[in-house]
Design a protein around this ligand. Structure first.
Ligand SMILES: [Mn+2]
Length: 231
């Protein structure tokens, strides 16, 4: 393996669980110490806000974290929808996406919310990285199968579900995504895709996959047994 080959950490949907993000970031920093001299790439696949207790805290940590390696925050459908909600008041009335919790976390911090919304609105939708001769595409939800990446509508990249999830063919790269937890509370490892959304809001588990060092492996931040019993 070339010394310039990157080690990649890709983190699934966070949904306002800032404490678990703190835990996972600490694990990533510790894990990365195993690879001195190697380029380190961290990719967050989107859905930072809504549902959980501290969306503001999640965004603040993502924006403040400045490690010595490359960090990319992709846009999720929840970031897109939150921006749309502000641009088109009334939209939230038809949504059940957990935005009440987000707005509560920004109470009396309108300037910070406006600044963070601008940041969210300008996040990229995809990132491509190659490691150990394997190409990876990082994206929030997935892609329309059998369609070139340049022809993928933004909407598909952050909202698609079954058409992508049910497809078992080779995309030409392994798609690393979130958006649709499989219900088990764990990540999914398939030949053509890796789903890092372990459904933190029902499982208490936030997941990161480590790529570029042999077989994929996972890091988890876990809220513990009995998590959510009092919710
Ligand atoms: Mn999500």
């Amino acid at each position: 393996m070339a010394a310039t080959d990157p080690i990649i950490y890709a983190v699934g949907d966070i949904h306002g669980y800032a404490d678990l993000l703190d835990d996972l970031i600490a694990q990533i920093e510790r894990d990365a110490e195993k690879y001195p001299g190697r380029p380190i790439e961290v990719v967050f696949v989107g859905d930072y806000v809504d549902r959980g207790p501290d969306s503001r805290g999640v965004i603040a940590r993502l924006r403040e974290w400045k490690p010595a390696f490359s960090v990319t925050c992709l846009k999720g459908n929840h970031e897109q929808f939150l921006v749309q909600t502000i641009k088109h008041p009334g939209l939230e009335l038809v949504s059940n996406m957990g935005q009440d919790e987000t707005f509560a976390s920004y109470l009396d911090r309108e300037d910070e919310l406006a600044n963070d919304l601008y940041w969210m609105d300008n996040l990229p939708l995809t990132k491509q990285i190659e490691a150990q001769g394997q190409a990876y595409l990082f994206v929030h939800a997935g892609i329309i199968p059998d369609r070139p990446l340049k022809d993928q509508p933004d909407r598909a990249l952050i909202w698609i579900r079954d058409e992508f999830l049910d497809y078992e063919g080779d995309h030409g790269f392994i798609v690393v995504h979130g958006h649709t937890p499989d219900g088990t509370g764990w990540p999914e490892l398939k030949p053509n895709r890796i789903n890092v959304d372990s459904g933190v809001f029902f499982s208490g588990r936030l997941t990161c996959v480590v790529l570029g060092d042999g077989e994929p492996r996972f890091l988890h931040a876990y809220a513990g047994e009995g998590w959510g019993d009092d919710v």
